[in-house]
Design a protein around this ligand. Structure first.
Ligand code: 16G
Length: 245
């Protein structure tokens, strides 16, 4: 970013002109997806402007989703193209959803364990309190950018060997003939606590979509009870509505 580009007085206030410079650098590839911005102090020094102005410009672009901040490690260029639009009517997996958009899905494991269900989980999954479940807690990423945190609980009698889950839970279920065919999903708004916010690379207290999915086999057995937090600044859930009689 060159200081002379900031001198165009017609570009509005200084922080707006800096935002334009950053947007241009992203558009023409000088700042690619996931690139780190120089520290605020260095940007201010090299552009000959105050840190307050740099911070204001960056905060605006973070709020728009152009940049994201990861606590302790800096400011990065978000996945270009902005938000993901997710239809609400198809029973698809995160892996399929991201691949269909040309994004590379990955997961980072937060917890993977086998144990007893809580009483609420046993009730939802239709289990006796002594029947064990597998837990899969993952941070889901698309093109290396955090998108959601998912906490899935699956009865062991549905998936006796949880270690077969590599990248996709639904692929693993499919391989043992247990892929769900129907699901009920509940969405509500929640603000993200500091631990989850740090994983998602968003500010603590930001809005997230809390989603619960309970999915079923054709015979009515429950396959998964999954609670997820999707980044409110990255996702639009879209449903088609029809007038039926
Ligand atoms: C989706 C589902 C989640 C499911 C996961 C499987 C929502 C809100 N959640 O993220 O319930 O467990 O897909 O994805 O859509 P995978 O096969 O890529 O692991």
């Amino acid at each position: 970013l060159a200081p002379e580009q900031l001198t165009d007085e017609e570009g509005g206030p200084l922080y707006v002109r800096l935002q334009t410079l950053i947007r241009d650098a992203i558009r023409d590839g000088r700042l690619p997806t996931n690139a780190a911005l120089p520290p605020e102090r260095d940007m201010a020094a090299s552009l000959g402007i105050s840190r307050v102005t740099v911070r204001k410009a960056i905060q605006g672009l973070v709020a728009e989703g152009v940049l994201r901040q990861r606590h302790g490690s800096g400011t990065f260029v978000s996945r270009t193209g902005g938000r993901v639009e997710q239809p609400l009517s198809r029973l698809s997996s995160f892996t399929e959803d991201m691949k269909s958009r040309g994004l590379v899905p990955t997961a980072s494991w937060l917890e993977r364990s086998v144990g007893m269900p809580t009483s609420a989980e046993a009730m939802i999954l239709g289990l006796a309190p002594t029947e064990r479940v597998a837990r899969f807690h993952r941070l889901r990423l698309a093109d290396n950018e955090p998108m959601a945190i998912e906490r899935a609980v699956v009865p062991l009698r549905i998936l006796p060997d949880p270690s077969i889950v590599a990248n996709s839970l639904y692929d693993a279920l499919d391989s043992v003939g247990m892929r769900p065919v129907r699901a009920v999903q509940r969405l509500n708004a929640e603000s993200v606590g500091s631990a989850d916010a740090a994983l998602l690379g968003i500010a603590a207290g930001s809005a997230a979509l809390a989603i619960e999915r309970i999915s079923y086999l054709p015979d009515g057995r429950v396959v998964e009870f999954t609670r997820s937090h999707y980044r409110g600044d990255a996702y639009d859930f879209v449903a088609e509505l029809n007038l039926t009689d």
